[in-house]
Design a protein around this ligand. Structure first.
Ligand code: FES
Length: 190
C-alpha cells in the first residue's frame, strides 16, 4: 500500500487554482519591484523641485529699511516694517512685508533687532517710558541693547540682533531673518 496521497484535481498547490495563485503572486511581486524602482527617481525629482524653496530662506539678502536721517541719535529705538522679495520655486512676490525691526542709533553705533520675542514669538513693544522693551504676552523684559534685564523674564535669550549697514551715507540696510523661539541658541528659521 502506497503512503503517497495523490492531490485531487484543483488542489491549492498543484491544481489549476494553484497555478493561477502562483501567477498572481509573481505578477504582484513584479509590480511591487517596479514601483520601488520608480520611487527613487520620483523622490529625486521632488527634491530637485523643492530645493529652491528650501534655499529661499537660507541666505537672506540685505534689504533697505529706513533713511538714517529718520533715526534720532539719542538711543531711542524706532520700529520699521521690512519689505523684501519672497522667492520660492514657483513664485516671486516683489516688495512684500516680511516682518519688522527696531533700529537704534547712538552717537557711535547702529543696532537692529527683530521685533519677535525669542520666548514664544509675540511682538515686543517699546515700553511707554521708552526705557526698555517689553513683551505683552508673558512679560519678558529687555534693555535697549536687547539684553534680558529681568531674571523673571521667560525669554531664553536676548532679543535677536540683525546685521545692519549704512549704504550711500544715508540708507540703512538690514539682513532680515527670523529665528526659532523657545531656544537659548539663535537658530535661523529656514
Ligand atoms: Fe514674549 Fe512669551 S512671547 S514673553
Amino acid at each position: 500500500m502506497s503512503s503517497k496521497t495523490p492531490h485531487p484535481p484543483g488542489n491549492e498547490t498543484t491544481g489549476p487554482r494553484g497555478h493561477a495563485r502562483r501567477r498572481f503572486l509573481a505578477g504582484a511581486g513584479a509590480i511591487a519591484a517596479a514601483g520601488l524602482a520608480l520611487l527613487a527617481p520620483v523622490w529625486s525629482g521632488i527634491r530637485v523641485v523643492l530645493d529652491p524653496l528650501r534655499r529661499a530662506g537660507r541666505d537672506p539678502s540685505l534689504v533697505p529699511v529706513a533713511r538714517l536721517a529718520a533715526l534720532p541719535a539719542d538711543g531711542v529705538p524706532r520700529k520699521f516694517r521690512v519689505q523684501a522679495d519672497r522667492v520660492d520655486a514657483w513664485n516671486t512676490q516683489r516688495n512684500t512685508p516680511v516682518g519688522a525691526v527696531y533700529l537704534r542709533r547712538t552717537d557711535d553705533s547702529l543696532q537692529a533687532f527683530n521685533v519677535i520675542c525669542p520666548h514664544a514669538g509675540c511682538f515686543v513693544n517699546l515700553a511707554p517710558d521708552q526705557s526698555r522693551f517689553v513683551c505683552p504676552c508673558h512679560k519678558s523684559s529687555f534693555d535697549l541693547e536687547g539684553a534680558v534685564d529681568d531674571p523673571s523674564s521667560p525669554s531664553p535669550r536676548d532679543m535677536d540682533t540683525l546685521e545692519v549697514e549704512i549704504r550711500d551715507g544715508d540708507h540703512v540696510w538690514v539682513r532680515f531673518q527670523n529665528f526659532l523661539p523657545g531656544r537659548a541658541d539663535k537658530t535661523p528659521v529656514t
